[in-house]
Structure formats: C-alpha cells, structure tokens
Design a protein around this ligand. Sequence first.
Ligand code: NAI
Length: 408
Amino acid sequence: MKSGRQKIEWARQYMPVLASIREEFGENRPFAGVTVGMALHVEAKTAVLVETLASGGAEVHITGCNPLSTQDDVAAALNAVPRVRCYAKRGCTVEEYYTALNRVLDARPSITIDDGMDLIHLLHTRRQELLDGIVGGCEETTTGIHRLRAMAAAGALRFPVIAVNDTPMKRYFDNVHGTGESTLAALMATTNVLMAGKAIVVAGYGFCGRGLATKAAALGARVIVTEVDPRTALQAHMDGMHVMTMDRAAKEGEIFVTTTGNTTVITGRHFRQMKAGAILANAGHFNVEIDIPWLAKHAESTEHRDGIDTYVIGGKPLHVLAEGRLVNLATPKGMGHPVEVMDLSFSLQALSARYIAVEGKTLAPGVYEVPAAIDEEVAHRKLTSLGLSIDRLSDEQARYLEGWEQGT
Ligand code: NAI
C-alpha cells in the first residue's frame, strides 16, 4: 500500500489543473450525497481523479476497465481513502472482472464514469433495475463513444452521457501525445529494441495513430501507415509516412502497432507474411485488433515471457506484447499516459461529472459533447499553471469575425 500511496503522490505533483479543481471541490462540495461508479484503468493518475471526486463529497466505487491494467498497490492505497472502495485486481479472470463491475453497481451510483463503456453496458443488460437511479455518465475513450452512439442510435441508451473523449482538450493531447509517447515507452521498456531505423507499421492514422507515427518518426523509425479512410491515408502520406495495405506492410514491418479501435486488423494471412522476430502490439481499446485466437490455434509452438508471448508460425517467431491488450497500460512496465496528459483528461472528467451532477436531470438520454465552457476552462487553467498568457480578441476583432459585410 505504501508504494501505491507513493505513486499517487508522485502523479499528484504534476497534475496542477486537477489540484486547482480539487481545492474548489473541497470548498463547494458539489458531490455531497452523490455516489459515483467508475470503471477506469486503476493506476496513480486515476487515483488522483478519485480523490478529487471524493474531496468534493462523493462516495466513489471503482474497478478496472481492463483485466491487465490495474496496479494492485494503487488499488490498495485507494481503499484506504475515506469514502472510496476499489474492487480492481491485476490479472483478474473475465468472471472476476464482471464480478467487480457488479460490485460497483451494487453501490447504486447515480453518476457513472467509464473507459470503454463496460459499466453502462452492464447497466443496460443485466442490471436494468438500477437505471432509474442514474442521473448520467461520462465516457473516456473513442471505443466507448462508438458503442454509446450505436446504443443511442438504436434508442437503447437510457440516460445522458458526456463524450469526454471527443472534446479537443482530450483528443488533441491524450490520444495524440499520451498514446504516442506511452506506447513507444512501453514498447521500448518491454522489448529493449531500438526504434531508430526500424520499419514500424502503425495501423490507423486517427488521433492515436497520428501521435504514435509522428513520435516514432522523430526517433528515426521508418513509419508505414495502413488506413481504410482515403482522406486520412492521404494526410499520412503528406505527413511523410509510407502508406500501404496491411498485406504489403506485413512483409516489410518489423514492429506493428494497431490503433484503429476496429477488429481483426492483423490476422492469419498477415502473420504468415511477417519476418521472423516481428513484434506486435495493440494500442486500441480492446484486444481484438490482433487476431490472437488465430495465432494460438495455428502456432507450431508458443513461449510466454513477462509481457511477451511468442508464437512460432511457419518456423518464424512472432512476438505479441501484453496479449494484444492496450500495450501502454497492460505490459508489466506500462505506466499509461504521461501524468500531465491525464491532468487534462481527468480535469475534463471531474468538471463533466460536476456538470452531470448539476444538470443531468434536465438532459434527455443521449450522447453529449463536453460543454465548450468546460473545455476552455481546462485549457485556461493549464495555461495559467504553465505561466503562459494569450491574447484576447478586441471588440473590433470579435465584430469582424461575426460579421459578413466586410470583404475586399
Ligand atoms: P480515431 O477514430 O481517431 O482513429 C481510428 C483510425 O483507424 C481511423 O482513421 C480509421 O479510419 C482507422 N481504421 C479503422 N479501421 C481500420 C483498419 N481496419 N485498418 C486501418 N485503419 C483503420 O480513434 P482514436 O482516437 O485514434 O482511437 C483509436 C483507438 O485507441 C480506440 O479504440 C480508442 O478507444 C483507443 N485509445 C487508446 C488509448 C490508449 O491509452 N492506448 C488512449 C485513447 C484512445
């Protein structure tokens, strides 16, 4: 537990935005009498968010959102915080994972905070008796929001949810810089191989893929991008990446990282084409991007190390990191996003949760953007913490931007 507390204190010193919010929450107690149910990666930065909500008066029940990403010492430290219960355990079975989600729901939360939508899914399927008590929720990641929008389109979503992922202050920093840096850090710490000069294949050039590809290129890698969207592929090309199909990239790549949020992106016919010693990792939310069941079925032999599973296919070893689960959190040395990035993302979560606590009952079921005022507030608080000032629009400039009369 001591090491968990030390990790939380370490993270806390680089989270000035959340610190300023925590101070205000401590005075105003916006969550007095509110129970918050959370399913997020249980590690130090998340713990700082949990403490922030608790200092605002919330009772917080939390579990993980991935069987491999929990840090047990942080979970133990959280259980020592007043009004907080944590049920997460690293390396839990799928059954234990769902038992823990159910324990969060047993606390009858009125606000949910998800990363991947598993809590909300459970509420709408097996725990529908609790739906009337929910005021609203917040969702952290792209994949969760895809699922929520599909639910809303089908008329199945029963309460309002804020799409925290989709707001600029999240996507432009967390997905781009956070996933980019932490994925490379986890890759290097787990494998000890050199990035400079490597052929690194990045599948998907969205927010996460773009960050990863750019940072890998900065380390001297030769970056190959695969895409399904022609506009995004062209953007990658003009950013200097080598764009090709996965069929071709499979033959050229030495390291592969999937960041698509899609399924079976790398599968049987690709594995058969790969070079001996190819390293495969996934940075997308679910472990469906690399076809691990195919590898397990067709491997001539397998070997398991800490964080690396080796499958021999056609006499060639292929190394999969973290069982194809998101590599920046699920490898033994994966620390998740850098602290400063999560300061922004979790400040958005804290303020969005407060928005739900205050306004949730007035909102119809559906997926909502983070209010622009919250997005800007987080940016301003961060700039202030950095000691940076920016210009303000003059009245004349504001009128000019809103007007249509002035031309050449
Ligand atoms: P995005 O929607 O911006 O990008 C995904 C890209 O993948 C799109 O450009 C899409 O055209 C492309 N794509 C889809 N299917 C493909 C296929 N079969 N082959 C090649 N490209 C394909 O999404 P974003 O924000 O980049 O997120 C991607 C995934 O990463 C999601 O699952 C998200 O939840 C997850 N995520 C993971 C984080 C981490 O810590 N590892 C942090 C943030 C998001």
